[in-house]
Design a binder for this molecule. Sequence first.
Ligand SMILES: Nc1nc2c(c(=O)[nH]1)N[C@H]1C(S)=C(S)[C@@H](COP(=O)(O)OP(=O)(O)OC[C@H]3O[C@@H](n4cnc5c(=O)[nH]c(N)nc54)[C@H](O)[C@@H]3O)O[C@H]1N2
Ligand SMILES: Nc1nc2c(c(=O)[nH]1)N[C@H]1C(S)=C(S)[C@@H](COP(=O)(O)OP(=O)(O)OC[C@H]3O[C@@H](n4cnc5c(=O)[nH]c(N)nc54)[C@H](O)[C@@H]3O)O[C@H]1N2
Ligand SMILES: [Mo]
Length: 738
Amino acid sequence: MSNHIADMMFSKYIFIIGANPAVNHPVSMVHILRAKETGAKIVVVDPHFSKTAAKADEYHRIRSGTDIALVYGMLHHIIKNDLHDKKFLQERIYGYEEIIKEAMKMTPEEASNITGIPADTIRHIAEDMAKAKPASLIWNQGLTQHTVGTSNTRIMPILQMFLGNMGKNGGGVNILRGHDNVQGSSDMAANPDVLPGYYALNEASWRHFAKHWYVEYEWLLSRFKDKKMMESSGYAHSTWKFGVLEPENAANNGDTMLRALVVIGTGMTSVSLLDLQKKAMDKLELVVFIDPYVNDLAIYSDRDNDLFLLPAASQMESSGSVAATNRSYQWRSKVMEPLFECKEDQEILFEFAKRFGFLEEYQRSLYEIAKKDGRSEFIWPEDATTELTQSIRSIGLQGMSPKRLKAHQENWHMFDKVTLEGKGPFKGEYYGLPWPCWSDKHPGTPVFYNDSIPVMRGGMGFRVNWGDTSPDGKSMFSARSLPGSKIAGHPPVSAANAESLGLKLSAEEKKAVEGSTYALGFGNNILAEKALEAGLCPYGNGRARAVVWNWYDKIPLHREPIHSVRGDLVDKYPNFPDKPNHFRANIKYRSRQIEKDWVKEFPINMLSGRLVSHMGTGTETRSAKYLAEVHSEMFVEIHPDKAFELGIKDGDMVWVYGTMDTRALIKAKLSYRVDVNSVWIPQNFSGLDQGKNLLDKYPEGTAAYAIGESANMISSYGFDYNTACPETKCGLCRIEKA
Ligand SMILES: Nc1nc2c(c(=O)[nH]1)N[C@H]1C(S)=C(S)[C@@H](COP(=O)(O)OP(=O)(O)OC[C@H]3O[C@@H](n4cnc5c(=O)[nH]c(N)nc54)[C@H](O)[C@@H]3O)O[C@H]1N2
Ligand SMILES: Nc1nc2c(c(=O)[nH]1)N[C@H]1C(S)=C(S)[C@@H](COP(=O)(O)OP(=O)(O)OC[C@H]3O[C@@H](n4cnc5c(=O)[nH]c(N)nc54)[C@H](O)[C@@H]3O)O[C@H]1N2
Ligand SMILES: [Mo]
């Protein structure tokens, strides 16, 4: 999220595309409704008439998977009518000319043909949004769960840049994140292709962390088959099953098939192609679930040995820092000690490390941090948090000491609820020190990319992360300077360029930072602190890239979903070429798209989303009696005209056939919330396997109060071209009365 939730109070226009906060982020929705009361126009673009749409000033139904075409159609009109912010583009964006070229090709009429939104409506949305200053843009999973998910998440900030809405209160791109602390998990590298703090998987980063973990780089290297494996992305949540089921993928995995699976803190029935996951799980030598509940994937298993359920403590039984959707960190206190034989996650991992024989190395940094404080034992989680604040400099976690985070938590009343600004002893600080928080005196950054205030007050430019110049020789530095500095755009601060950037370092300090950069260093934070003094941003003051020269789609392009309901468009807007070794699996795109005329056999577009009473797989919420009562059954929303055509009445049981030779037995719910060619299913159920009730598989006393077919039993094959996020927001199905 570039801004923060209460910041939407400053918006004049809130464009919600691919998100349903009324259901999924009810607290954020309160802020959106307050903004509406003070004059902001709320516009929702969604294939499903959501509860958020019901509260909006305007609702426009879009065909799923076509948001890029919509935005180009809007940009076409904006550029033609000279409504874009040329100064912002010229000074701060690289490659926007390529976007203009592409937008000129996408007339509102063509965008209308692709999206299903009338051309005049596209022109009207574009004009209204361009004239409202500032406008905020909100998205979530409606945009990411597509083969073009990453392109979606690039075209939206590009739109906001064309409108000059970045770096401003009431503007920005505001992605409402999913789970509690999901921002923290990505900051801590839950992803298999980065190290903590989004450090690249390369030798320099590994050496950086080796120092902070007080282990030898060579020891870390010895844990891998070789250096190549150490520096290549792991399997993703969505691709591991192919490492068990398809022998060809062994070549991507150090020449071995996957043999064991350890699941910690994810539901798994939430991942697409559930039947393949089940088959893969049953072929492994060992399966372990670390979860406070019985993980729902476990009950899909047919194996009778080597499957373990390790009881994890819940968040009420543990403490530590968690990150909110706006990058604010917050200290959380333990409410109670873990019940029965539950253990906190880190205790279970320590036990693993002990048995693997590397507990000493695993905990060494904690002991070193304790030693510096004159203690012989480490304190969990404080010392672990300190380790993170010392090592993660890429995104500026340096300032988030446990002491500051606890002080914020204990003094909520001292912070303004709209601006996040502190009062009294917290004057100048922002609640939760939203990152980057570059030093122990830095106040945090409430709004990204605001170059009109000094860095020391939360200002910043775009990060310089792609070199000083582009391959076509253009400068990647901003044409503007940051307040307090006369230098216009500048590179990331390092020992090598400190002097030329005017940083004043004593001989002693020079020695202390030798060989380091703002991100790679050990033992001190001198470079970042000197940069702040000089009014510079530690990670540089650059241009955002509209053209990503090293990606397949250098600019975002509309591509039809693999399983498109508009079969007539798949040759004009083909999906990506197949991608070998994509998170260690060979993944199909275009070859799958043209394998057959999918829509002929599976004529209905399948959408999925969430229910307010259930969370994720529903493992937790369906185990809560009263929540289970609110939504106790899986259902599929079908348009009454389609239901009539198929001979289905409200409440009938139907078979929904997916494109992967699977089916699900679900109750029909007739509804005008979907268009005539789409159905909508919630993702929050599991416990039924293609008609077979799995209740007897739960260990005694652990079954949920409500079970149902999983949406992912019938989801279609498809993964984002960059992240491998499953394409669960587009897919095809066929429906028959059961
Ligand atoms: N009650 C509850 N709250 C939750 C969750 C939960 O399970 N239950 N889950 C949490 C998690 S993990 C997350 S990630 C968030 C998710 O939050 P959201 O992203 O808001 O959740 P969804 O309902 O999955 O999808 C949002 C909307 O995207 C629309 N959509 C689908 N495809 C497209 C498309 O191609 N284009 C456009 N423009 N829209 C599309 C859907 O119809 C839906 O209304 O919610 C979080 N909050
Ligand atoms: N068809 C379809 N599929 C989807 C989506 C969709 O919109 N449509 N949305 C996708 C999205 S955005 C998401 S995030 C996923 C849902 O994401 P998941 O993470 O798979 O779903 P949850 O049910 O929230 O799973 C969390 C698990 O962690 C356990 N847990 C809770 N607290 C702790 C703890 O402290 N420690 C440990 N070890 N475990 C704990 C819970 O009991 C539960 O089993 O679904 C994805 N799948
Ligand atoms: Mo999520």
